[in-house]
Ligand binder design. Structure first.
Ligand SMILES: [Zn+2]
Length: 289
């Protein structure tokens, strides 16, 4: 138990035909809730830091690596500590040094050749330490870490060329999901997922923008080769923020004036939401410990 690489979990997921649940954390409570759910469900889990968390000064990179390691050991779980959507190669190298077990280089808005170059630089460094690298081709649009972007679907042939050129460990694909909340129900391009998976069967596919996707669509995407599904907004808004707001509006909590009781309410709410999503991933009972 403790921190493990994302690749380790995804390779097991390929064999077992399920997806590894990946959750963004926004506060200490979110991270603990994610660990609590993984322990309850005996599921592998990926806990994902966001750039905005560092920019806002909420987490120190070195500190969060040690906290995540300690939490995973205390809960008796395997956890991959992953850096989500990062465009900065040098920062990712630092995170590898600090103990992150997985990183995502996001140069998906750049030209193909530049995306390949950036990804190769991260792969070259991370591989020395056995750290997993995810990259994105095409572009998953929507509100990503507070920045709006357009959706640009991943071309299967291009994905195959990209993986061959970079030897990246996991590929985030744009197949109809977007980041943030959906204004209308998302329409996933399932044939496209199958086409990409057939061309690169040994490279696990990652689905971003999991919030609000109907659970049956998750199941279909998993059948077609998606091996990691990211959920962030649901935990940020409903799991963490709304639970804090409701708890602080509760007269009993206000009278108690003890922030720890409120933190506990948030941890439990996040854990419950993560458990619900883990059930859909098919990863229940797939943890080693
Ligand atoms: Zn994403």
């Amino acid at each position: 138990m403790g921190l493990v690489t994302m690749k380790y979990e995804m390779m097991k997921a390929i064999k077992g035909n399920y997806a590894v649940p990946a959750f963004n954390f926004f506060t200490y409570e979110t991270l603990s809730g994610i660990a609590e759910a993984a322990a309850q469900k005996k599921s592998p889990v990926v806990a994902m830091a966001t750039m905005s968390g560092f920019k806002m000064g909420l987490f120190s990179p070195k500190g969060i690596a040690k906290i995540a390691e300690g939490i995973s050991e205390d809960y008796g779980i395997n956890m991959a500590l992953h850096m989500d959507h990062c465009p900065d190669v040098e920062f990712l190298k630092q995170l590898v040094d600090y103990g992150f077990t997985s990183v995502m280089i996001d140069s998906s808005k750049k030209e193909f050749a530049e995306n390949v170059d950036d990804t190769c630089r991260v792969v070259e460094y991370a591989r020395k330490y056995g750290v997993t690298v995810e990259s994105e081709l095409g572009h998953v649009g929507g509100k990503e870490d507070d920045v709006e972007a357009e959706n640009l679907f991943t071309e299967p042939e291009e994905a195959a060329r990209f993986v061959k050129a970079t030897d990246v460990d996991a590929l985030a694909v744009a197949v109809g999901t977007v980041h943030g909340f959906y204004k209308a129900l998302p329409k996933l391009d399932f044939p496209r997922i199958s086409q990409i998976n057939e061309l690169i069967p040994n490279c696990p596919l990652v689905l971003h923008g999991g919030t609000g996707v109907p659970y049956d669509d998750f199941r279909e995407a998993i059948k077609r080769g998606v091996r990691k599904i990211n959920v962030g907004t649901e935990l940020k808004v409903n799991g963490t923020f709304n639970t804090f707001v409701n708890a602080y509006s509760d007269p009993a909590q206000l009278a108690a004036k003890d922030p720890r009781t409120i933190s506990k309410v948030v941890i439990d709410a996040v854990a419950a939401k993560c458990c619900e999503i883990i059930d859909v991933m098919g990863s229940v009972g797939k943890a080693d410990c």
